[in-house]
Design a protein around this ligand. Structure first.
Ligand code: FAD
Length: 364
C-alpha cells in the first residue's frame, strides 16, 4: 500500500478535525505538530476558549454556509454515539433587535438572528416565537436544539481518536511553514503539509498572511446552570460587546459572553467588561441566579480571553507550494471554527487528495 506522509501543523479544532478525518485512512501517516496542545490555555491558542456551540452565521449561498451545513450531521453523530466526546444537545433561544444591525456584533450575528434563516432545515426543533410573546425591544426570536461542546473534553477526545488511528503528536514552534516538511515522525520528508495555524498564519514564515486579524472574545465561566442557551444580536453597552450564554456538557460550566473586539490583541480580562457581561446575562436570563440576586449570585470559575482568528475575505482553504513543499491551508475561522470544523476539514482533505494523487502520478 502506498503511504502518504502528512504533517498537520496546528492542534486547535481545525488541525485536530482534519487530522481525525485523515487518520481514518490507514494510507495516511500523520504527524500533528503544534506549539500548543489541548490542555494549554494561551491567548495565541483560540480553541480552548470557545463556548462552543453551533450557531450558524454563514451567509446563504456562501462556502461558509456549506461548511456549517456539512458540520451539523458530524457533530450530531458524535453527540449521539460518543458521549465521552463532551458534547450535548441543548435548547437554544435567539433574540434579534433590529437596532443592532450596523454594529460589529450585529453584523457577525446577522444570519443567525434573521427570521426564516437557512439553517431552520438543518437543526432540530426550529420554531419562531409568536410576535405577541416577544419581550419589549425584541423584534423577532427563534428557538432550536443546538449542541454545546465542552472544549476541555472534546479537544483531548479528538487527540485520542487520532492517536488510536496511529497519528503521532509532537510539540514544536516553527518559524517557517516549509520546515514542517522535515518534521514528520518517520524522519522522511513529508509529502504534504496541512496548515491549521489560526491567527499565527499572520506571522508564520512562508505564509505571512496580512489579512489575518483578531476579534477579541472575553468570557466568564461560572458554575451556575440557567437552562437553555441564549444569544442576542447585540447589547446597549457597546457596539463590539456581545451577549450569549451556553452551558457546556459534562460539568464544563456555563460560558457567559462576551465581546467581538476587532483588531484588539489584549489577552488580559478587562474587569469592567466582565461586570457588564455578568450583569447583562442575568438581566436577559434571570434563572442564572437565585431570585433577587445580582452578580454576587454567580459562582465564578475563571475569567478568560480568546482571540478569534478572523480573515478579511474569509477562511483560507486552498492549495499552495512554498520552497517546493506542497501545502493545503485551512485557517481563518473567526468565531465559527467548531461549527464549520467538519465542513472545512472535508474541503481541505479533498484538496489534499488532489495533491497526493498528482504526486503519485509524478512518481510513476
Ligand atoms: P487555534 O485553536 O488557534 O489553533 C492554532 C494551532 O496552531 C495551535 O495548536 C498553535 O499552537 C498552532 N501554531 C500556530 N503557529 C504555530 C507555529 N509557528 N508552530 C507550531 N504551531 C503553531 N467557534 C464556534 O464554532 N462556536 C463557538 O461557540 C465559538 N465561541 C468562541 C468563543 C470565544 C471567546 C472565542 C475566542 C472563539 C470562539 N469560537 C467559536 C471560534 C473558535 O474558537 C475558533 O474559530 C477556532 O478555535 C480556531 O481554531 P484553529 O484550530 O483554527 O486555531
Amino acid at each position: 500500500m502506498a503511504t502518504n506522509n502528512i504533517v498537520v501543523l496546528g492542534a486547535g479544532v481545525s488541525g485536530l478535525t482534519t487530522a481525525y478525518l485523515l487518520s481514518q485512512d490507514p494510507a495516511n501517516k500523520i504527524t500533528v505538530l503544534a506549539k500548543h496542545m489541548p490542555g494549554d490555555y494561551d491567548v495565541e491558542y483560540a480553541s480552548p476558549w470557545a463556548g462552543a456551540n453551533y450557531m450558524p452565521v454563514g451567509k446563504e449561498g456562501s462556502p461558509h454556509q456549506a461548511w456549517e451545513r456539512a458540520t451539523w450531521p458530524a457533530l450530531k453523530e458524535i453527540t449521539e454515539k460518543y458521549p465521552e466526546a463532551g458534547i450535548h444537545f441543548r435548547g437554544s433561544v435567539i433574540y434579534n433587535r433590529k437596532k443592532d444591525q450596523e454594529t460589529a456584533t450585529g453584523d457577525w450575528f446577522s444570519e443567525l438572528v434573521r427570521p426564516n434563516p437557512w439553517y431552520k432545515d438543518v437543526v432540530p426543533d426550529f420554531k419562531t416565537t409568536p410576535t405577541e410573546e416577544l419581550a419589549p425591544g425584541i423584534d423577532n426570536a427563534q428557538e432550536f436544539t443546538s449542541v454545546c461542546i465542552n472544549t476541555a473534553v472534546y479537544l483531548p477526545w479528538l487527540v485520542g481518536q487520532c492517536v488510536k488511528n496511529g497519528a503521532v503528536f509532537q510539540r514544536a514552534v516553527l518559524k517557517h511553514i516549509a520546515d514542517a516538511a522535515y518534521a514528520h515522525h518517520t524522519g522522511l520528508k513529508a509529502d504534504l503539509i496541512i496548515n491549521c495555524t489560526g491567527l499565527s498564519a499572520k506571522t508564520l514564515g512562508g505564509v505571512l498572511d496580512e489579512k489575518m486579524y483578531p476579534a477579541r472574545g472575553q468570557i466568564v465561566v461560572v458554575r451556575n446552570d440557567p437552562g437553555p442557551m441564549v444569544s442576542v444580536s447585540g447589547t446597549d453597552d457597546g457596539e463590539d460587546e456581545a451577549l450569549y450564554i451556553m452551558t457546556r456538557a459534562a460539568g464544563g460550566g456555563t460560558i457567559l459572553g462576551g465581546s467581538y473586539q476587532k483588531h484588539n490583541w489584549d489577552g488580559l480580562p478587562d474587569m469592567n467588561l466582565a461586570n457588564r457581561i455578568m450583569k447583562r446575562c442575568i438581566k436577559v436570563c434571570p434563572s442564572l441566579v437565585k431570585e433577587g440576586q445580582g452578580i454576587e449570585g454567580l459562582d465564578i470559575v475563571r475569567h478568560g480571553v480568546g482571540l478569534r482568528p478572523l480573515r478579511e475575505g474569509g477562511v483560507r482553504i486552498g492549495k499552495d507550494k512554498v520552497d517546493g513543499v506542497a501545502i493545503v491551508h485551512n485557517y481563518g475561522h473567526g468565531g465559527f471554527g467548531y461549527q464549520a470544523s467538519f465542513g472545512c476539514a472535508y474541503a481541505t482533505i479533498s484538496l489534499a487528495k488532489e495533491l497526493l494523487r498528482a504526486k503519485s502520478r509524478a512518481k510513476l
